[in-house]
Design a protein around this ligand. Structure first.
Ligand SMILES: [Fe+2]
Length: 285
């Protein structure tokens, strides 16, 4: 299956491009700086200007061994950016098997005084029965606060805002109503974190100001050049639960601004083409 996929990718991309997709692009980190204009957010005060969130997703760590240089590079760049929080968007572990390399990363970020919030992705649930509980416990000890079907207030420059997280759409038990019930009435979270961007279609209109998701890897293998790459890629054509209408970048759906990050690792074929690994530094200006 893998050989057939590789042959298909080779036929689509051509050999030099295949070599590039295998040996160059997966290690070529993009630090993106998407921007949200605070004055466009109803009911949010100007005091939020300057707020910064780093978003990591789809690390796809192997079962054992260290995280890749690309991932550590993303951690270094994040520390230099001095974000107010780091959000983990799931698929930290490729086969749902706990690897302490993730706790090392969390400790470094937490050690720099940056709070970390997270949700799990479908791959984090791929392990043996109960393995995801071990993942949650170990990362909690390393400083991660889980937002799995949880709402959580936070303070920034004297104002209070809300975060919310929803469990993975495919392998978790997403509970949108349960999260809504934890919010003060009429409160719209500033950020909602969930692995799979398709979840946006199930959210009530205007559920949150901004949503952060991963899962798609930006298409991962993306033969079309911008702007067509948002329509024509591996993930928009793929059938089944990997299909996504929201492969990368910004979308607005039912009043929710959705940003889909390309993630840092790879699943299946270890190739990236026109979908560089991305650490997202979301800025409120
Ligand atoms: Fe993933």
């Amino acid at each position: 299956m893998m050989g057939r996929n590789l042959a298909l990718a080779g036929a689509t991309l051509g050999l030099p491009a295949l070599a590039y997709a295998r040996f160059v692009e997966p290690f070529w980190l993009e630090v993106s700086h998407p921007v949200v204009h605070v004055e466009e957010l109803t009911g949010i005060s100007d005091h939020l200007k300057g707020f910064k969130v780093a978003f990591f997703s789809d690390l796809h760590l192997p079962d054992r061994g260290p995280a890749s240089d690309t991932i550590w590079h993303a951690v270094e760049r994040t520390l230099l950016e001095k974000p107010d929080m780091v959000m983990l968007g799931g698929d930290m572990f490729d086969h749902g098997r706990y690897n302490p390399a993730m706790a090392d990363i969390a400790r470094v970020i937490k050690g720099a005084g940056i709070p970390i919030f997270g949700v799990l992705g479908n791959h984090d649930y791929f392990g043996r029965r109960g393995e995801y509980l071990r993942i949650m416990r170990a990362l909690e000890e390393a400083g991660v606060k889980w937002l799995i079907n949880q709402a959580e207030p936070f303070d920034y420059k004297g104002g209070q805002y809300w975060l919310a997280g929803i469990d993975d759409w495919v392998k978790g038990e997403p509970d949108i109503q349960g999260v809504t019930g934890q919010l003060p009435s009429g409160e719209r979270p500033l950020l909602v974190l969930t692995h799979n961007p398709q979840t946006v279609k199930a959210l009530p209109p205007n559920f949150a100001h901004v949503m952060l998701s991963g899962h798609t890897h930006g298409g991962q293998i993306n033969p079309a050049l911008p702007p067509l790459h948002r329509k024509l890629n591996w993930i928009t054509f793929k059938e089944g639960h990997h299909h996504s209408e929201f492969p990368l970048g910004w979308y607005t759906y039912n009043g929710i601004r959705l940003y889909v990050g390309k993630g840092l690792g790879m699943s299946g074929m270890k190739l990236r083409f026109n979908a560089r690994p991305e650490v997202v530094i979301l800025q409120f200006v």
